[in-house]
Design a protein around this ligand. Structure first.
Ligand code: FAD
Length: 553
């Protein structure tokens, strides 16, 4: 396997030698470090590498060079090394130019010169960039292979599970791909065996459940201890933040997640409003970092388990898994979030997962290349999804019930939508029906003012239309509002729910539910802000309140 390349570009021979030396010292064993003395020389190197199909992981360029600036070079480099991470080396005076380049050319990072000592100022940045690049470009020789039908909802479910759990996989479509048919024949697979999953040096799985797949991949699906200080249900931003804080503060901690860590945020192609990441970051990167952080502190993660019940047994709470199994803990944090509401239009239910998708895009976007795609919704999540899809699809049409986006979407997204040539917004329009034989083939658009209907051909409909919380499993003991959102803290004591609070001696803590010792954090909580940062904040705060609760029992 060819080592990926790191290209350094600087016209000053001393600086060029220094950056090349520092990079070689740390990354030499895994990457080829190539040096260029000008923008044009760098472009010539990139053309050569592209012709030989050699991967480029990172381009680190000085900004101030004669002929061509670093930003100009990095912008042009996209044509030859599309996935490479772009790093600009700047002087303090160029900071503003560098910040602009984050938006304009998708610069990944800028680093102020000098970078001494490299252990503190250079390597952490490069480690992060190369880590992201390596995750996006796995060695395809050693990955899981999924063989199935393109429009099968089971194939979609397994591919999503793998992608969202950061397991690299190769997809083989039996209808289009000779290799898929060969592998399927080799395994002696019948139609009922599809999708087939081939795990390297492991089992051949025939139409496995996500639980079976998780077990075959060696992911934890069982808790290791009989009792924990705190159990967190839901591995989105709120749950992961709670896990990091609880475990780092010495509580024995377990987190249960039924699909994949990251929750809704894990599906976001670009989170741009999370503090500390001026370039934004993908939900998948944020998740990867949070999972590593939680594990580093000793939090245990149980995956592919759906929590279906809650029982309180004296001072202990038990969460019950679907099928069999349970976990007991002295305190519980409910961080099960929300999921998108279903679109009520004839024909769509049968096609869910077969061209009609709710809240998803990151893993499907690449498959829409060259197609017409429709996105329903007018909030930030719909806007982000449409922009992400527009990078792959021939044309993206947003269907919006209202007459404008101003009331529902952030201004920065509206501006980007307006300036994206292959993205069109149709206001006062909704989906009246969908149809297709086995997968979506067409949808009917309805003009809300005139009632006029128009059928358009498409294989892709992505829906983002408001959310309902995952709280049915909490039973009757935990008070919720009419929509199912969990009522906590002072809100519990207002109105009829006051009677549900059982402890006359103390008021509920801020994020505590009507069951003492059971807390709620993130989108699942009534009146929460529905943002990554607020979910993370509430997850952390819930742990502080768990400490206070544990001191009372
Ligand atoms: C496409 C998209 C883009 C977004 N972009 C942004 C953005 O740019 N900026 C921003 O601030 N916000 C954004 N949001 C909103 C943000 O992602 C959410 O506010 C945030 O993820 C809420 O975190 P949470 O942990 O409360 O819940 P969730 O993220 O919903 O996570 C809940 C988790 O609980 C699990 N779960 C649910 N029920 C069970 C059960 N019974 N058993 C086990 N596990 C269960 C789910 O599988 C899920 O993983 C976006 C949302 C979407 C969908």
């Amino acid at each position: 396997m060819t080592k990926p390349t790191i290209l350094t570009v600087d016209d000053d021979p001393m600086v060029s030698a220094a950056i090349t030396r520092d990079l070689r010292a740390r990354y030499g064993p895994d990457y080829r470090i190539v040096r260029a003395g000008s923008g044009s020389e760098a472009l010539a190197v990139l053309v050569e590498l592209a012709l030989r199909d050699h991967p480029v992981a990172l381009i680190a360029s000085d900004q101030r060079m004669p002929e061509m600036t670093g930003i100009e070079l990095l912008e042009q480099s996209r044509a030859y090394a599309p996935g490479a991470k772009l790093l600009l080396l700047t002087a303090y005076a160029d900071t503003e130019v560098a910040i602009r380049a984050i938006n304009d050319i998708g610069l990944d990072y800028y680093l102020l010169k000098p970078w001494d000592p490299p252990e503190e100022r250079l390597y952490p940045v490069i480690d992060d960039l190369l880590g992201d690049w390596a995750r996006a470009h796995p060695d395809l020789g050693s990955v899981v292979r999924v063989i199935g039908h393109r429009w099968s909802d089971r194939s979609h479910e397994l591919k999503s599970f793998l992608a969202r759990n950061h397991v690299p996989y190769g997809w083989y479509d039996v209808e289009r791909d000779a290799e898929a048919r060969r592998l399927s024949e080799l395994a002696g697979a019948t139609a009922d065996d599809l999708p087939l999953v081939l795990v390297p040096e492991g089992a051949t799985l025939r139409s496995p459940s996500t639980l079976e797949l998780a077990a075959a991949l060696g992911l934890h699906t069982q808790a290791q201890q009989p009792l924990y200080d705190v159990c967190i249900v839901g591995g989105g931003p709120a749950g992961l933040a709670a896990a990091v804080y609880a475990a780092s503060e010495g509580l024995s901690t377990v987190i249960v997640e039924r699909e994949a860590p990251g929750g809704q945020a894990g599906q976001s192609a670009a989170i741009e409003n999370y503090l500390g990441f001026p370039r934004g970051l993908t939900g998948s990167d944020l998740t990867q970092r949070a999972v590593a952080q939680a594990s580093r502190f000793g939090a245990e993660m149980v995956l592919a388990r759906d929590v279906v019940g809650l029982e309180t047994r004296g001072p202990v709470h038990a969460v019950l898994f679907e099928g069999s199994g349970e976990i007991e803990a002295r305190a519980l944090i409910v961080a099960t979030g929300v999921s998108y509401r279903r679109l009520e239009a004839p024909g769509l239910d049968e096609l869910t997962g077969r061209g009609v998708y709710y809240g998803a895009t990151a893993s499907e976007a690449g498959q829409c290349a060259g197609d017409d795609v429709y996105v329903v919704g007018a909030a930030n999540s719909a806007g982000q999804a449409a922009l992400n899809l527009a990078r792959h699809a021939k044309r993206v049409v947003m269907l919006v019930r209202a007459a404008s986006l101003e009331d529902s979407m952030s201004q920065y997204l509206i501006e980007r939508i307006t300036s994206t040539p292959n993205l069109e917004v149709r206001f006062r329009t909704e989906v009246g029906a969908g149809r297709g034989d086995g997968h979506l083939e067409a949808i009917t658009l309805v003009d809300r003012d005139s009632g006029a209907q128009q059928e358009v051909a498409t294989s892709w409909l992505f829906v983002f239309i408001g959310a309902s919380p995952h709280t049915h499993w909490l039973g009757d003991g935990v008070v919720r509002d009419d929509h199912g959102f969990v009522v906590t803290g002072q809100d519990l004591l207002a109105g009829p729910s006051a009677e549900a609070w059982p402890l006359p001696g103390r008021a509920p803590f801020a994020l505590e539910t009507s069951v003492p010792g059971v807390f709620a954090a993130g989108d699942v909580r009534l009146d929460s802000m529905k943002r990554v940062a607020s979910a993370v904040g509430e997850g952390a705060m819930a742990v502080y309140l768990v400490h206070r609760y544990l001191a009372t029992i």
